[in-house]
Ligand binder design. Structure first.
Ligand SMILES: [Zn+2]
Ligand SMILES: [Zn+2]
Length: 411
């Protein structure tokens, strides 16, 4: 069977059409719909239809019913003329948006479900592709990226850390924030606030640096031999307290082996292991300068980097600093999974499970031939792994494999 049959595009398109015939009613317009630009990717098409504008929600829903796009987006920005070419749109402002995508993480589970193949020599391996192919030294790879509960949990954890910073450190109200499951491997966080709207690219870059914990230096966090002020900083706001809590957590939970793996100075390594309780008690009760005697300057930098990394939120820098970014529209389908992009109320996030909640095609079964797919847990049931086999599967699972172009419908 020819390569272009993978994914049975016509079949998927018809099912997206079936979904939108009733599902479009549940798509809500973003705030200020008349000032937003919309963009859509059709099935099979390589081009994005953008510079589209709608007068009201009904017009947007009609578009979805008529075209059943594979991917649907709207602008974080507000424009005077959203339909005009980019240079003439008249940028008014933009929501502050954050993208968290497990694809950019380094996770153990990726070694079990992701693979790469060298396009030049055919060498293949598990996980993220190497910088250069060990077989031929070239650097162009075909990647098969999947997902599992672990990646989705990791992405959710990063989103929770981000929300905590936006509320605790930036002072945004929970009502100004919205969290969306992306429909694939991550989460989007939108800040809709008059304070955020006007921020230029440079200001957004600073927000990004803050969230990523870039430029945190020991000296300015009280971690210096100079005693300034007294008392613990564990409970302080902003990165001050966050840094000390990061250190406390990091030192507290690291095993001697993990401490040794950091390759810190010899005395520091010994003290972190032997004086651990004393160090933790100092961080808890006293000024951070108290622990400087256990940790040499270079080791402190390394330790702080590792600790801050765990407290920072792994957001995608590019998305937040792009003032004209298009972001997925909630309650629309994601063409690479057949799942919904979905708004998640902040209070529901801890218990939110996209693998049951975001599944769109809940009824019926379909017979598919599967090229290859790792195990996937959907709606509480585990399916696969599959390799060159024909199976009758619940429609949600079949659609997922078709959307990833790893299967085709068997008739
Ligand atoms: Zn190669
Ligand atoms: Zn995973």
């Amino acid at each position: 069977m020819a390569e272009q049959d993978w994914g049975s595009e016509q079949y998927v398109l018809e099912h997206f059409g079936g979904f939108y015939s009733t599902g479009a009613q549940h798509v809500e317009a973003p705030t200020e719909i008349k000032q937003r630009e919309f963009g859509f990717l059709s099935f099979g098409g390589r081009t994005m239809f953008r510079h589209i504008g709608f007068e009201d929600t009904e017009e947007l829903r009609r578009y979805l019913r008529n075209y059943s796009p594979a991917h649907s987006y709207f602008s974080a920005a507000y424009y005077q003329e959203p339909r005009a070419p980019m240079a003439e749109k008249g940028w008014i402002g933009a929501d502050l948006v954050f993208d968290i995508d497990a694809d950019h993480f380094d996770l153990p589970c990726q070694k079990t479900h992701d693979r790469w193949t060298c396009k030049t020599c055919g060498e293949a391996g598990k996980g993220h592709p190497p910088e250069r192919c060990p077989g031929c030294g070239k650097a162009t790879f075909a990647e098969e990226n999947w997902l599992c509960e672990s990646c989705l949990d990791a992405a959710k954890y990063e989103a929770q850390k981000l929300l905590d910073m936006l509320i605790q450190d930036f002072g945004f109200q929970p009502s100004e924030l919205s969290v969306n499951f992306s429909g694939n491997r991550g989460y989007h966080v939108h800040v809709r606030s008059p304070l955020a709207k006007d921020l230029d690219q440079l200001a957004r870059r600073e927000v990004v640096d803050y969230i990523l914990g870039i430029g945190i230096e020991a000296e300015y966090q009280g971690l210096t031999s100079r005693q300034v002020g007294g008392g613990s900083m564990l409970g302080r706001g902003g990165w001050r307290g966050r840094t000390i809590r990061a250190l406390y957590d990091f030192v507290g939970k690291s095993t001697p082996e993990e401490i040794k793996a950091l390759k810190l100075g010899r005395n520091t390594t010994r003290d972190l292991i032997e004086e651990k309780d004393e160090i933790l008690s100092s961080l808890m009760n006293q000024h951070p300068s108290r622990i400087v005697r256990y940790i040499d300057k270079k080791s402190m930098e390394k330790l702080l980097d590792a600790a801050v990394d765990e407290q920072a939120s792994a957001i995608d820098t590019v998305v937040t600093t792009d003032l004209r970014r298009l972001i997925r529209l909630p309650n629309t389908l994601h063409g690479k999974t057949g799942w919904l992009t979905q708004n998640v109320p902040i209070e529901d996030l801890p218990d939110y499970d996209p693998l049951t909640m975001a599944v769109a095609f809940n009824e019926g079964t379909e017979k598919v031939y599967i090229k290859r797919a790792p195990e996937i847990n959907l709606q509480g049931e585990v399916y696969g792994p599959f390799e060159e086999e024909t199976r009758e599967l619940p429609l949600a699972v079949a659609m997922f494999l078709l959307c990833r172009k790893s299967a085709r419908v068997v008739r």
